[in-house]
Design a protein around this ligand. Structure first.
Ligand SMILES: *Cc1c(COP(=O)(O)O)cnc(C)c1O
Length: 359
């Protein structure tokens, strides 16, 4: 193979790429959309508070096939469900899990049922679940209620639960930690991540520990989890019965992976802190306007949290921070439009256009 051919060689999807680290065998039918292998992009100038000499990167998970990191877990969960002969899957969702489950289930020829909070799903996510043919059931209750319902129903009926309480989800998602290390050549000093149901922070920590265990990296990062202030059960140490935040993907009051997330925090010497909706939206806009990176609001919690800690003098010269941007900005177009200057209507003349450009 020539160098050019080698460079063009197709990424085989994360199960094939990281097969030795995953619970799959030759008899597992791999259901893949070639997820993973997302870019790690260095960003600068996001905040004065970040000292010079501290390098900040974003892991742009919005570039997965359905636009969020959920695809990493879903390729595993659906492949294992197929191996077990499942004909149908079910999940509760704030949106991205439903989009991902619907796409992978479609590919596997399975039925997909999703239970969501009525009126709470961002437009992009809703459109995805629907076009992939999922049966969407909207309830008068939040994500936590929906998750309770689907857990119960999956015990009674032959439908496979594909929320992150399904252990295969975390197995797939841990590969993002592998990629970060492969891309940097070592673990970063800090891994900053939004926390909702708390599966992803747990998966990253598992991934880092496994990579360390086989000697691919020489150190472990400090884990920094960020919740929205109105939905911060891990920060407040209590269930939040009615979580509130514009960051709908992390609007969760009773995280299923609470125990694993707290272990990730404590074992790594890290923190789980809250950021306000204002701080999240500020980071969301700055990422788009100054770094050219469009993520959904919940994703920007990682960057908002890093900016906040930087303001308290938390980081030092020479350190490397990776912020996980969990989902694509197009998921929530309404929020983007509401957060920017509206378009201006002008007459279709050279004079009007000249005037508008000068202004
Ligand atoms: C699911 C999701 C999260 C939260 O991940 P958890 O594993 O539930 O903590 C954050 N951001 C986006 C965009 C998501 O889709």
């Amino acid at each position: 193979m020539t160098v050019a051919m080698e460079k063009q060689r197709r990424w085989p999807g994360l199960i094939e790429h990281y097969r030795e680290f995953l619970p799959v065998s030759d008899s597992t039918p791999v259901v893949t959309l070639l997820e993973g292998n997302t870019p790690l992009i260095e960003i600068t100038g996001i905040s004065e508070a970040i000292p010079k000499g501290v390098r900040v990167y974003v892991k742009y998970e919005g570039l997965n096939p359905t636009g969020s990191f959920k695809d990493r877990g879903m390729t595993m969960a659906i492949s294992k469900a197929a191996e077990e002969g499942a004909k149908a899957v079910i999940c509760a969702s704030t949106g991205n899990t439903s989009a991902s489950a619907a796409a992978y289930a479609a590919r596997a020829g399975m039925r997909c049922y999703v239970v969501v909070e009525g009126g709470a799903i961002a437009m992009g996510k809703l459109s995805q679940a629907l076009i992939h043919g999922a049966k969407m059931l909207s309830v008068d209750g939040n994500f936590d209620t929906a998750l309770r319902l689907v857990r119960e129903v999956a015990q009674r009926l032959p439908v496979k639960l594909v929320n992150s309480v399904n252990p295969y989800r975390l197995e797939g998602q841990k590969t993002a930690a592998f990629e970060v290390c492969d891309q940097l050549g070592e673990a970063p000093d800090f891994l900053a991540i939004p926390v909702g149901n708390a599966g992803n922070i747990s998966a990253y920590w598992k991934g880092f520990k496994e990579y360390r265990g086989v000697g691919r990296i020489g150190k472990l990062p400090v884990m920094l989890g960020f919740q929205a202030a109105g939905a911060a059960p891990l920060v407040e140490g209590r269930v939040i019965p009615s979580p509130k935040t514009i960051a709908t993907a992390i609007k969760i009051g009773d995280p299923a992976s609470r125990r694993l997330a707290l272990a990730a925090r404590d074992e790594s010497g890290g923190r789980i802190e809250a950021v306000s909706d204002e701080e999240i939206l500020d980071a969301y806009q700055k990422l788009a306007r100054m770094a050219g990176v469009f993520c959904e609001p919940a994703s920007a919690a990682s960057v908002a949290g890093v900016v906040k800690l930087a303001g308290k003098g938390f980081f030092q010269q020479g350190q490397r921070i990776v912020c996980v941007l969990t989902g694509h900005g197009l998921k929530d177009p309404d929020r983007a439009i509401a957060s920017a200057e509206p378009p201006v209507t002008i007459p279709a003349t050279i004079e009007a256009l000249t005037e508008a450009i000068k202004a």
